[in-house]
Design a protein around this ligand. Sequence first.
Ligand code: SF4
Length: 221
Amino acid sequence: MPGTGSRIAVRHAASAAEYIPPRASLSRLRAAATRCRGCDLWTCGRTVFGEGPRTAQVMLVGEQPGDQEERAGHPFVGPSGRVLDAALAAAGIDRDTVYVTNAVKHFKYERGEKSARRIHKKPRDSEMRACRPWLLAEIRLTKPRVIVALGATAARSLLGPQFRVTKHRGKPVASEWAAAVVATVHPSAVLRAPPAERARAERAFFADIRAVATVIGNTSD
Ligand code: SF4
């Protein structure tokens, strides 16, 4: 039995890279990700890997799964997912044709002071970097024409720490990952907007997703 002052070492790797099997299919990647110990977040619950067809032209990348996503084991199925679904539908993009994932595959949270509710906590840069090999593996396999970075964490992971969503949102930029990367806010930002600002925030988000439809030549007009 460990005595006072003794430590039990819980091992984790410096990144997810060593957990990624070579030449893996998406389903093998997904299975391997359930065993990832690339950062401390593996203790926070289940891995929520990306979902969608391997031939998807559009990949949507969020920050991390939320409470409902972690419980369900699927990305973007909670309130933010409903905002995203509405924006995709308004742009004429069928959600079943897009690949949806997150920059960080575990839900980072803290407990509320007065309840057991799990409250979202922003991942650290080191956690984002640790998880990035999974995202790059997904990109390498699906080869999307357009990647949509939903929020600052996804944009930083794909376009570097200098990139500012506030300055460049909705504008396609060329990158090594896809012919175009379009950055916008995370759909949770629409939900968090004050009531007087909510409609404007939603219109701006929908417009950014319409820009994605334009890039792939799929407009709802
Ligand atoms: S957050 Fe990413 S790197 Fe960290 S344990 Fe989960 S899957 Fe691995």
